[in-house]
Design a binder for this molecule. Sequence first.
Ligand code: PLP
Length: 370
Amino acid sequence: MNATGVKLADRVFSTNISGIRKVFDLAAKLENPINLSIGQPDFDVPDRVKDAAINAINDGKNSYTQTQGCPELRASLLDSFNGKYGPKELLITSAVSGGLNLAFLALLNPGDEILVPDPYFVMYKQLALMIGAKPVYYDTYPKWNVDIEGLEKIITPKTKAIVIGSPSNPSGAVYAAEELKAIAEVLDRHGIVAISDEIYKIFCYDQPFTSIAEYYDNTLVLGGYSKSHAMTGWRLGYAAGPEELVQAMTKFQQFTFVCAPSMAQYGGVEAMNTDMSEHVNAYRHKRDMIYSGLVDAGYEVEKPGGAFYILPKAPWGTDEEFVAKCIENSLLVIPGSVFSEKKTHFRISYAAKDETIERGIEVLGKLIKR
Ligand code: PLP
């Protein structure tokens, strides 16, 4: 019981406050910081997408949509999957976070195990803990790829699902088709559901995006518009996959989110027809800038193939000690242990102006030696 006498549920104590929030609290005290910590694009939502949502509001499309989403967006999404893989069922969700919540609720009993990549997007771990499931980590250090034999070794009779995050937050890794095929074979042998988080799929710089759904039917694809169209505040995404799973998620959506925001769904239809390649090309350039800047400065770092993050090794000390030094020098980056069970790396987001990235590289160059 706390001071006010409120008896909170045990799950409150099994989840931690986001480490990113701690960096934001420190950042609030800095004047003109070099902010390379942000997990969203630095461009704005395309005007035509904004107009479509505004028109939807003005046209009175303000009520609940069907739980599974408005027919226009559903049709457009199904069309986009055609030819690549055929999901049996589709649900429009309150962004990928909504999809992850529903998927975990629909798949995991308390005590079940879910395979989560290390490093991971924080929600995978915290959601599992929140519902009493156990996150079991598959190590992708140091090159951010999956050790297939290692993966098979950590599977137990309690393993129900795996999260695949490619392109990855926080490492920027993009899994190649061969790697995904090998993972699919392991999952197939053990009857494990793949949850493929494809939120960064348009940000693939060196090769076209491949989904594990192309090789494995038992895949739930989660996608959305937060990163691709900078619509983080609109809360729009989708889940596509095996019929019984998506139907179970739809049932839970009725009792939780009800539907994704209606105007966002109509904006989403326009987003489907909006070319974002100029932004992707600009982000490829930013990726090249930060990667070569770090290599030239002497950092140990893998070249990321996608998303808008890079995860170098801290050159000295723990991740938190090094990041504290960065923040002292007005550079905001995130300690790797926010996304990992290890304390060795730090995450840079290059979703920032070129000039900000250049300032960041300059500071990092000075901090390489303690
Ligand atoms: N998945 C990954 C890998 C992310 O990085 C994020 C956001 O940072 C999300 C999912 C959640 O995105 P949203 O709920 O805005 O769709």
